[in-house]
Write a protein that binds this ligand. Structure first.
Ligand SMILES: Cc1ncc(COP(=O)(O)O)c(C=O)c1O
Length: 389
């Protein structure tokens, strides 16, 4: 993390940290502080640059009831992938008609369950999956998920899901032959895409298919789902969200297609969830190992820092003392490790931190997406509590 980014984060966090002392006193550490208005702010930001796109929050990123309710209040829908996610939305009384089911591979009983809950739009990516929809009520509609490779994403989902564009036409024919409604296409350029071009390339590929189906077979496409993958700034800058919106705009322009001919959808997860959770963790112990200073924290990669391990995503880390210091403090490279007995439980190496003692609090903003939800209970360590300001 460069000095400018660190200084900017210090200023941002200084304002938000005013109420942390009380929370720390009451709950101790580790603690995840939830500020749902930050998810609402992200929602508005995305809705502003993509005003004609229906936003379906990817529940998997952070299925916290308050975050889900916040998204619903903002007018958003949901992207669900499992029974558990559907049941959670149901228990919260959130609008199921604003849900799409995007897991490309499902048990027939899961499809029954989703349908009974009110979901009508599903995703397929292979012929076996299409057959599971044959004979179902005719208000069910399918999106065909296209694969799109993206080396610039932290997690390239096309290595597991999505039909190759060259085979997509055949899959659409399978859908129609099975007597199921074909609604359109979806893609996902991979999570935390560091470049905006993949959004344009994937859309270009989709619009080419749309034209082939229309001109070659008279098959209309109504829905285009541009997926998730919208990046956020962690330790370094990420492409601005407006740049992604411009790329999408340009591609529609290139094809001379009016975008209002389509129902446009997106499935943002990380972008909406990332900055509404801030982790407060503290130093449990300190040691010098091979000449390098180590601090052992009470949360780690088997806990809230799980995205470090699963997707190589590295959140910013600051000392709480930096937020209150009048001037910039001296930083020295240290290793920050988690609380388990596993040697893989290292959060950061050679990472610049000010002097820290046992009990000092360390702050990680941007801890909302794929953090608490993918944390394990390894070593008998309980889930880090989430409290709301
Ligand atoms: C089908 C689907 N949609 C949306 C998302 C959310 O992606 P992101 O959090 O990168 O926006 C994911 C993430 O894995 C996904 O698998």
């Amino acid at each position: 993390m460069n000095r400018r980014r660190r200084a900017r984060l210090r200023d941002e966090l200084r304002q938000r940290s005013a109420r942390w002392a009380g929370l720390l006193e009451r709950h101790g550490t580790p603690l995840l502080v939830l500020e749902p208005h930050l998810a609402a702010r992200r929602y508005r930001e995305l809705a502003q640059v993509l005003p004609d796109v229906n936003l379906h929050y990817a529940v998997k990123a952070l299925p916290h009831p308050i975050v889900l309710s916040t998204i619903a209040i903002c007018g958003g829908g949901f992207d669900v992938a499992t029974r558990g996610e559907i049941d959670l939305l149901g228990r919260l009384g959130l609008p199921m008609h604003r849900c799409i089911h995007t897991h490309p591979v499902k048990k027939p009983a899961d499809i029954d369950h989703a349908y009974a809950a009110g979901i009508r739009t599903f995703v397929v990516e292979n012929a076996c999956e299409v057959q599971k929809f044959a004979g179902r009520p005719d208000d069910v509609e399918l999106l065909v998920r296209l694969a799109h490779r993206n080396a610039a994403a932290k997690s390239d989902l096309s290595s597991k899901f999505g039909v190759a564009p060259a085979e997509a036409e055949l899959l659409v024919k399978h859908v129609l032959a099975a007597g199921v409604r074909f609604a359109g296409f979806s893609f996902h350029v991979g999570s935390q895409s560091a470049r905006v071009e993949p959004f344009g390339d994937a859309l270009r590929q989709t619009l080419r298919l749309v034209a082939e189906l229309r001109d070659g077979h008279g098959v209309p496409t109504r829905v285009i789902d541009i997926g998730g993958g919208f990046p956020v700034s962690y330790r370094g800058p990420a492409p601005p969200i407006g740049a992604i919106a411009s790329v999408v705009d340009d591609v529609f322009g290139e094809f001379g297609v009016a975008r209002d001919r389509f129902t446009l959808l997106a499935e943002p997860g990380r972008f909406l969830a990332a900055d509404c959770l801030t982790l407060l963790t503290s130093v449990v112990g300190t040691a010098v190992r091979d000449g390098q200073l180590w601090h052992y924290l009470d949360d780690g990669v088997y806990g809230s820092y799980s995205n470090v391990m699963t997707e190589d995503v590295h959140p910013p880390i600051l000392a709480l003392s930096e937020l209150t210091a009048a001037t910039a403090v001296d930083l020295e490279p240290v290793t920050l490790a988690g609380p388990t007995c596993d040697s893989a439980d290292v959060i950061a190496r050679g990472y610049p931190m000010p002097a820290l003692d046992v009990g000092d609090v360390v702050v990680s903003p941007m801890m909302g997406a794929y953090t608490s939800v993918t944390a394990s209970r390894f070593n008998g360590i309980p889930a880090t509590p989430i409290v709301m300001i």
